[in-house]
Design a protein around this ligand. Sequence first.
Ligand SMILES: Nc1ncnc2c1ncn2[C@@H]1O[C@H](COP(=O)(O)OP(=O)(O)O)[C@@H](O)[C@H]1O
Ligand SMILES: Cc1cn([C@H]2C[C@H](O)[C@@H](COP(=O)(O)O)O2)c(=O)[nH]c1=O
Length: 216
Amino acid sequence: MPELVFFSGTMDCGKSTLALQIAHNRSARGLQGVIFTRDDRAGEGKLSSRLGLVTDAVEAGPGMDLYGYLVDRMTYGGRIDYVIVDEAQFLAPEQIDQLARIVDDLSLDVFAFGITTDFRTKLFPGSQRLIELADRIEALQVEAMCWCGARATHNARTVGGEMVVEGEQVVVGDVDVPAEEVGYEVLCRRHHRKRMTSAAARAGVLSPDVLPVASD
Ligand SMILES: Nc1ncnc2c1ncn2[C@@H]1O[C@H](COP(=O)(O)OP(=O)(O)O)[C@@H](O)[C@H]1O
Ligand SMILES: Cc1cn([C@H]2C[C@H](O)[C@@H](COP(=O)(O)O)O2)c(=O)[nH]c1=O
């Protein structure tokens, strides 16, 4: 049975690499896929991994009907065996519904890759819809790690190495950026709650609003 599978994890846990590996293994066996992405760091219409691999993809912009796009391609004789979607957290909930329809009505496997929560630990609308609709949710096997050595489960947004909790939900960016830029760091929940990035830990700084409150 074809499936809608959601491969989820933090930033930098290997999602795009796995997407490229699935595409490679299937194309090596003569299968033809369509790769969608949105707002990849490498630019429009690209799916890129930090391991240096990059491939062309179809930019799934806001308002694009993903189901309609595939039906058009198949109507004009294009063969499609499977679908990959990277940065799926950025898709609108209606586009996730279209992915489910691709599985059910076109009988294609859809492999979606994305982070579940934003820098404030809130679900992205696209990820929420994937959790609601996916046949399977898979956690990536190579776990990203917090600076403390624990498994990283959350994404922090940083400015000058310090964690911020205000801002737009979507700001395309990367981990390990120069200190003055907006960047991201993956943390365990404990250190995300304490807003303790690696830079803050090095400086021995604990945010005042998370210090224990006197109970008198
Ligand atoms: N120089 C490197 N050597 C080995 N692995 C690396 C290197 N740079 C990045 N990686 C690995 O690449 C993975 C990130 O891959 P990527 O597919 O871009 O992640 P995601 O799409 O989840 O953000 C991480 O597991 C990281 O450890
Ligand atoms: C946490 C968070 C992330 N983003 C952006 C930053 C990156 O461009 C992507 C995640 O890409 P990756 O391949 O998984 O590293 O999402 C964002 O816009 N808002 C956030 O809160």
